[in-house]
Design a binder for this molecule. Sequence first.
Ligand code: ASP
Ligand code: MG
Length: 416
Amino acid sequence: MQVFKFGGASVKDAAGIKNIATVLNETGVTEKLVVISAMGKTTNAMEAIVNAYLNDKILLPEHLKATVDYHTQIASDLFTPGHTIFTSLKALFEELKGFLAWNKSPKYDFVYDQIVSYGELLSTTIVSAYLTDQGVRNTWLDARTILKTDNSYRDGRIDWDITQLAIKESVDPTALSITQGFIASDSNNFTTTLGREGSDYTGGIFAYCLNACSLTIWKDVPGVLNGDPRVFNNTELLHQIPYEEAIELAFYGASVIHPKTLQPLQRKEIPLYVKSFLNPKNPGTMVSAVASLVPEVPCYIVKKSQILISLSSLDFSFMVEDNIAEIFQLLALYKLKVDLIQNSAISFSLCVDNKFNGLEKLVNQLKGKFKVTVTPNVHLYTIRHFNQNALDNFQEGKEVLLKQATQNTVQLVTQN
Ligand code: ASP
Ligand code: MG
C-alpha cells in the first residue's frame, strides 16, 4: 500500500484538483491512501475567521464569505450546476456557522481547532466528489474518527495505540481512501490539529500504521533541493537522503519536510519520496536508509529574523557552569529556542529564535547580572557538508558576526 500527501499548493484551484486525478490515474487508483491539505492559503483564511470571531466580530461575515466564495467557485469550475457537491459544501458551512453560534469557550486554541479544521474537510470533500465523477472509486474518511490525540489543541499528541487500531478498522488497504491532513480529535471527540504544516505528519502516521511501502509528498518543486531556491542561487536536486541527514536538515531549519514526519518512517524503514505533482514520472528525492547523500553536495539552510545575544559577566566571574546554568533556565522559562551557542572565558554568545516573544523579559532579567548586547534581525546560515570553496564563496560580501564549525557543519550568523 502507498500513502500520498498533496499539500495546499496542489489543490489551490480547479486545475490542481484535475491534476490529482491525473497523478492517481498514472500511478494507480487502488491500494492507496491519499492525505490532502486545505486548498491554497485556506488555513490562513480560517485563522482570520478565528481572530474575527474572538476579537472583532464585525469582520466575521466578510471573512466567512471569502472562504465560502473561494470553495464555491472552485466547485463551480469542476461540477455542473445542481451537483450534490453544492449540498455537501453547504452542510459543512452550516456546521461551521452552527459552531460559531453555540460555542461558549473563549479559549483560543480550542476554538482555533474547531474552526480551522473545516479547511481540510472542504478540500477533501471536493476532491473525493471530483474523483467519483471521473469514475475513480474512492472512500472519503473523516480523519477525526481515526487519528486520536490528547487535548493539546493546536499541538495534538498522537495516541499511537488507539490510532493504530482505528486505522486497521477503517482503512481498506486494497482500495483508494481520501482523508484530511492536519486534523484529529481528542477523547471527547473535539477536533484537534497537529500544528501548522502538520499534513506531512498525518501522511507519516498513516504510512507507519498501515506498514505502507512508501509515503510520497507531492509538491510544486522537483524534490528536495540543497537550498531554498528563493534564497540561494544554483540549487541542485538531492536524489537520495539518508533519514538521519533529513532529520538534521529539518532540525537546522530546512522547511521542505515537517520534522515530526521522519521518525515514524525511519522506525519502519518506509521510504519517503518528495516529487513534483507536475512531473509525476520524475523520480524526485528519496529519503531512506541509504548510506549517504547523493549527490554529496553542500546543503544550505537559512533561518531569518534570529537574535544574537552576547553576554559577559559584570563581576569578573568566568562564564562557566553556574552562570551558564542560570542563563539556560531563563531561556527555558521565556521559551526562547536556542539555535547556536559559543563561549569563551569571559563571554557567551547565543543565537535565538524569539517565536514566543519572551526576549524582552529575558534581557531585562539578564541585565541584572551580565553585560548584555542584543543584535536583532540576524540571519543564521547552516551549511552541511561544506568545503572550503563553498564556504569562501558563501561568505563573500557578508558581514559574519559569529562562526562555528564542526567536521560536517558550519554555522554563520550574519548581519545580512
Ligand atoms: N493546512 C495546514 C497548514 O496550512 C496543514 C498543512 O497544510 O500541512 O498548516
Ligand atoms: Mg504544506
